[in-house]
Write a protein that binds this ligand. Structure first.
Ligand code: DC
Length: 233
């Protein structure tokens, strides 16, 4: 079956959740391309918010100020030649949001109700027409609880840090040990926050990607999605 035919099937929404570095965004992007679907990287949205707040000197402890400032944040995701590009108030911030500092800040601002509710509202709007592959922390549990297909990806902390390190080679001077420490701290903050913590949805398929490559995961997900679209699952 080719991409063109896929467009004639019943389109579904696919939710992919999991901790940092589990392979979600790479896999989600490929699955979306195979199915002719739209990929939405919700982590990039939290990162863009974190960058915006940092520029204004707003701290995660200042919940009211942050909530108010959400009125002045416009985030757009656009497909680009080398992956998705992220725009913050029409400025391309794709590279600026991929730093260790913004990663940590994104996790902190993501604890705030005023930030989450606005981003979740946008994420639901974007998914209304189906044909979406969305990755994040709370997609299967909170943003799209009705998604027709849900995955929860995990991998060991060592493997996740190794992947981030390879991704960031040459961009940031950060050691593997530092990344392992940062990722563990972020996991803890994302898993223990009060609102929509990182958690596997009861009806999500659990996949440990430590020993799997991207192609294997994408193939599995695309196969399962096509079965679901054909009504065979
Ligand atoms: O996926 P990522 O590493 O780009 O996400 C950055 C942070 O944003 C992550 O540590 C927690 C937060 N986040 C969230 O709370 N909910 C989401 N759906 C996506 C990301």
């Amino acid at each position: 079956m080719n991409d063109l035919q896929d467009q004639h099937q019943n389109r579904i929404n696919i939710a992919i959740d999991g901790p940092a570095g589990a392979g979600k965004s790479t896999v989600a992007r490929h699955v979306a391309r195979e199915l002719g679907y739209i990929y939405i990287d919700t982590g990039a949205m939290y990162r863009a918010v974190a960058l915006h707040m940092r520029r204004l000197g707003i701290k995660p402890e200042e919940a009211d100020r942050a909530q108010h400032e959400m009125n002045n944040v416009v985030i757009e995701l656009q497909p680009g030649i080398d992956g998705q590009r992220v725009f913050l108030n029409h400025e391309d911030v794709t590279d600026l949001i991929r730093t260790a500092e913004v990663s940590q800040l994104a996790s902190s601002f993501a604890q705030l109700e005023g930030v989450r509710s606005e981003l979740v509202r946008i994420q639901r709007l974007l998914s209304a027409k189906k044909g979406i592959v969305m990755d994040g922390r709370d997609i299967g549990t909170s943003v799209l609880p009705q998604a027709e297909m849900k995955w929860f990806l995990t991998a060991s902390v060592e493997e996740r840090a190794r992947r981030r390190h390879a991704e960031w080679q040459g961009q940031e001077n950060v050691t593997l040990e530092q990344l392992m420490h940062d990722i563990s701290a972020r996991d803890k903050q994302d898993e223990t926050r009060a609102i929509s913590p990182l958690k596997q949805a009861a009806d999500a398929n659990l996949l440990d990607t430590t020993h799997l490559n991207v192609d294997q995961i994408v193939q599995l997900m695309v196969e399962q999605a096509r079965l679901r679209m054909d009504g065979e699952q």
